[in-house]
Design a protein around this ligand. Structure first.
Ligand SMILES: [Zn+2]
Length: 245
């Protein structure tokens, strides 16, 4: 069984995606809410399809336009649905525009606390804030961590490995020397795969990605690690079960 550990599927063409995922032997699809509406949609999808798992959070820049009151309400909503939420995602910090850095940190810390309270992993978005996200997670002694689409430098990848966290490899990996490097550097026991659908299509920005394509990341890992694909499949399932126990 293949596992897509991170995507954003909110309603369109879900039946088709699920059908193609099944044909590709993708047995688990971890779907990430990124705002108030998406958190409710992914919960519905997780109830409708056995493959879907719900992870809830607020995308860093989506959270910034909300009041503290609204964010608190959303945290309460996640807490109320704790039985169905397998991780807190998508949360983290985004410094592409470097806006409201302190508030981003404060919100990220609130979500890490929530993950610790619920004893579930956090799946982290850290674009252009890679070092800062790692420092906060270390400071809060967060153990169950998946760094998604991690674009930080090699020394930071090493720090993630030393912390015992996981790195998920997106399906753009065939055209990314960075993610190929992440695969060669990271022990197989700390790798996961993701599509980040509808983004990160193996062929580039003009295409809409979907969970069935996660196999592309598995194939690249098999190639770089010089392991049979079936072995990679088994090891990654083990990693998934280790993180989302
Ligand atoms: Zn995402």
């Amino acid at each position: 069984m293949y596992i897509d550990t991170h995507c954003h599927i909110y309603g369109e063409k879900v039946d088709e995606f699920v059908e193609r995922a099944r044909a590709a032997r993708v047995g688990i699809i971890v779907n990430s809410g990124a705002n108030v509406r998406a958190n409710r949609k992914i919960l519905k999808l997780a109830r409708r399809y056995p493959e879907f798992r719900a992870t809830m959070g607020l995308y860093p820049t989506d959270a910034l336009v909300m009041t503290d009151e609204k964010i608190k309400k959303e945290i309460k909503f996640i807490r109320e649905n704790r039985e169905e939420v397998i991780a807190i995602c998508e949360v983290g910090m985004d410094f592409v525009e470097r806006i409201e850095v302190e508030r981003q940190e404060q919100i990220f810390r609130a979500f890490i606390s929530l993950a610790q309270e619920l004893d579930i992993p956090v799946i982290v978005h850290s674009r252009k804030a890679e070092k800062e996200c790692i420092e906060i997670l270390e400071d809060m002694k967060m153990k169950k961590v998946q760094m998604h689409c991690f674009s930080g430098r090699s020394s930071l990848v090493e720090r993630i490995i030393n912390n015992g966290w996981y790195l998920s490899i997106p399906t753009c990996v065939p055209r990314s020397t960075h993610f190929q490097h992440v695969i060669s550097k990271t022990p197989i026991s700390q790798l996961l795969c993701e599509t980040d659908s509808p983004f990160m299509h193996p062929l580039g920005a003009g295409y809409k990605n979907e969970p069935a394509n996660v196999v592309v990341s598995y194939e690249k890992i098999a190639e770089i690690k010089k392991m049979p694909l079936e072995e990679v499949e088994k090891k990654i399932e083990k990693n998934f079960n280790g993180l989302f126990d």
